[in-house]
Write a new protein. Structure first.
Lengths: 114, 107
């Protein structure tokens, strides 16, 4: 069984930093396309960042230079380091695999507010 | 960036209706398109990948078609469990974006 479990969300002040984690079991983060997707309250889905099996990364324009996606193969865990957080980054953050595999975590809420 | 335009944004339908949702890409994406269903408070669930491949375990009343820039999700006979929000997603090389969503409501 494949499981993705996110953690690390919470309330943070504007300008602060958070690191989200996604612990994966049942498949290897190093050999799969892994992604972070977010959903602001009452809004649609937004792709935030992707890391491909070869290590290439991609970011949506609004987070470039502020967010960094990475993975720890020994822990089989995906990360999203989020710096210089803004109110508009408030959302539920999901980790997910490629659409072909179709596995998603339950999400972790990040609230950026003073 | 590739933009995905989904229509309609809201759809009112009855149980048993045939429902069609359209997604248009701003650039050629071949068949790198997926469809998701999301219910309130839950993570999205993939229904279709690679434009027309039905995910294992998804009912056969769901189908996807199209390639290039124009894609369609069809529900052949709407069931009570299908009232939800649906999203398309393109995942062309080194790029990934979602449509704005279509909420399917009870008529």
């Amino acid at each position: 069984e494949v499981l993705l479990v996110e953690s690390g969300g919470g309330l943070i002040q504007p300008g602060g930093s958070l690191r989200l984690s996604c612990a994966v079991s049942g498949l290897s983060v190093s050999s799969n396309y892994m992604t972070w997707v977010r959903q602001a309250p009452g809004k649609g889905l937004e792709g935030v960042s992707v890391i491909y099996s070869g290590g290439v990364t991609q970011y949506t324009d609004s987070v470039k230079g502020r967010f960094t996606i990475s993975r720890d193969n020994s822990k089989n865990t995906l990360y999203l380091q989020m710096n210089s957080l803004r109110a508009e980054d408030t959302a539920v953050y999901y980790c997910a695999t490629s659409p072909t595999q179709g596995y998603w975590g339950q999400g972790t809420l990040v609230t950026v507010s003073s | 960036d590739i933009q995905m335009t989904q229509s309609p944004s809201t759809l009112s339908a009855s149980v048993g209706d045939r429902v069609t949702i359209t997604c248009r890409a701003s650039q050629f994406i071949s068949s790198w398109l997926a469809w998701y269903q999301q219910k309130p408070g839950k993570a999205p669930k993939v229904l279709i990948y690679q434009a027309s491949s039905l995910k294992s375990g998804v009912p056969s009343r769901f189908s996807g078609s199209g390639s290039g820039t124009e894609f369609t999700l069809t529900i052949s006979s709407l069931q009570p469990d299908d009232f939800a929000t649906y999203y398309c997603q393109q995942y062309n090389t080194y790029s990934e974006t979602f449509g704005q969503g279509t909420k399917v409501e009870i008529k």
